[in-house]
Design a protein around this ligand. Sequence first.
Ligand SMILES: [Zn+2]
Length: 229
Amino acid sequence: MKESKKVLMSDPSILTIIAMPSQEPFIDLVNFDPDIVVDQSLANRSQYFSFVRLSVAKKLSLAKNFLPKDIRFFIKEGYRSLDIQEIAFKRSLQRVKENSPYQDLDYLIAEASKYVAPPNVAPHPTGGAVDLTLIDSDGIELDLGTPFDAIPHETDNATFFDATNISIEAIQNRQILAHALQSVGFVNYYTEWWHWSYGDKYWAVMNDVDEALYNHVTDEDLLDLLQEA
Ligand SMILES: [Zn+2]
């Protein structure tokens, strides 16, 4: 993977990024491209979980050309509503607090943001972020070192993209994932190997630009921006 900055979602630099409302349509990744498979077992997480911005879907279609033969993307989560983001962040903050009761709020927020982004900068509600892994031709998930969505501190930070406390095979599989996604302009969040984004505030910071392509949208906005596959 390309060497990139290590910036947490709680970093003040992300708050300085402007995100004007974008009218770019959303599209359902289910049935968008046969080489992009959606994990339907996560459908109960949130409505529209398999939706992303049209450019993100197109980029995933391009990125698949950089994968070895017989390996496909397996989508875990795209769009997430702000309500769900807020609940998830509060839960993450609470968990950190229980583990570190004497730390100040800045520390707690930074730690919590290794797992769930603070709502005001969150990538998933913009439709620019996608959590994904890789499957083989039988639909079996490849070994990427930890389960998708594992909690960083519970894995001794093996969820961090460049962790070394995982198998050689898992390291190689992460490189395969990164090579494909970076080739088309996605950036990874370094504490979660499965989290990639394009056009959100985090992407802007990683690309040294001061404006994001996508703002966050509500479920109602998303309905207005739907595009048939
Ligand atoms: Zn994510």
